[in-house]
Design a protein around this ligand. Sequence first.
Ligand code: TYM
Length: 334
Amino acid sequence: MSSRKLVFSGVQPTGNLHLGNYLGALKNFVSLQKNTECIYCVVDLHAITIFQKPNELQNNVLETVASFLATGLDPKKSTIFNQSSVSGHAELAWILNCVSRIGWLNRMTQFKDKAGSDKEKASVGLYIYPNLMAADILLYKATHVPVGADQKQHLELSRDIAQKFNNDFDCKDFFPLPEPLIAKNISRVMSLRDGTKKMSKSEESDYSRINLKDSPDEISKKIKKAKSDSSSIPDNLKDLEKKPEALNLINIFSEISKKSLEKTLIDMSGKEYSYLKTKLTELVINEITPVGKEIKKLLAEKAYLKNVLKKGKEKANIIAEENLKNIREKVGLI
Ligand code: TYM
């Protein structure tokens, strides 16, 4: 197998990105672009598996590009584009729909969460969403995929699909089996209101998350209101793990301050949570508000953002078309 390394990842344009996206994915995207070929995609076809107002969708795509750039992605180093502009994603997704198995999709926990109690009413697109995700990755024969822990199951499915395609069409190693790259220390940032749920764009209360565009005042209010504990901060991880909200705040602190969890606990043990919250507020404001300001600045330059997408689409399309030619051949399509 070749040792070529290619990174691919995607982010849905469903509104404001938050601290979970930033710590779990975007920061990794930026560090990977230094030494590796990277392709980053705004996955608008994934977004429409749940109804989106057309105007809002367009704005959200541009806002996601602005967020990519504001966190440090460089369009000269990384290929940045939106999924629907490269039609190969949809074409390969169809082929993979015929490779993937219904039993595999039935195991996907994210579908169960998103479809809620009335699965009959969910779109068919939402159900086969993981096959489209596999197509995104395999269209470029990507080898590494930086994601948060919530996407691990989808990545495993992508590997199963790649393996089955290689077996079915007797082409060992045709698709590399993509490796997830999951942030070691903070693979899952949790909701500020409920430490057992991940921080998410879809949670109703805005107090559950810190958005990249939040003002210092909003960040401060949200951290102040975050659920914590009335006792003081314990000196060991075992006790901390019994308090998921407190663990989450300390995890975020440790990640942004670049101090290990153990060292953070040594520094914080015995202190009140209000002390941690004050320190955390300072850190988060310093880290996030410059990003938020840059997003707002870039949003005023829509023509520039569209141009980044156009150039990215041209680059992505060259790789996609070349790979699709071989894929069609393998499948026997003329
Ligand atoms: P999406 O748009 O929900 O999230 C984008 C990225 O942010 C990560 N993330 C988190 N990480 C840590 N803590 C959190 N609370 C948190 N919330 C979100 C996600 O894991 C993700 O890495 N299906 C994908 C998008 C996608 C994709 C792909 C990803 C489509 N095709 C191909 C990789 C490869 C999604 O909905 O991510």
